[in-house]
Unconditional design. Structure first.
Length: 128
């Protein structure tokens, strides 16, 4: 069994307390900045994307032919859009959102697609 490590620090308890206060202040300041930034991002998202909710719902309903699935897809698409809103550069919010709705709909359709059942051709059965 290895001997425990002994570590000697080059500063005393007062240095630790002042360093801890500086780090705590920096962390709190960072959280305050993040909260303000997130609030601005949420407001920007609402302003840019919420006016297109009807178009998103209509597209999902047209693609899926089911009201409940369309509502679920719109909700999922808005979550995806909000998560990646930092990558949106403000060109056309409607097109960007509807692309997310379309891709989310295709993902659901692919996941729920019936598996193709293939049968082998049996010459004895079909020879008659």
């Amino acid at each position: 069994m290895a001997a425990p490590l002994k570590v000697d620090y080059a500063f005393d308890a007062e240095d630790l307390k002042s360093s801890a206060k500086i780090v705590k202040f920096a962390i709190l300041r960072k959280h305050e900045d993040q909260d303000a930034t997130q609030g601005q991002e949420l407001a920007s998202f609402e302003e840019t994307m919420l006016p297109h909710m009807d178009a998103a719902h209509n597209l999902a309903k047209w693609l899926l032919r089911n009201e409940q699935d369309a509502q679920d897809i719109v909700q999922e698409a808005y979550l995806r859009a909000f998560k990646s809103f930092g990558g949106f550069h403000g060109s056309n919010g409607r097109a960007w959102l509807l692309t997310i709705v379309r891709n989310t709909s295709y993902t659901l359709l692919k996941k729920n697609r019936a598996v193709d059942v293939t049968t082998t051709f049996d010459e004895e059965i079909h020879a008659a």
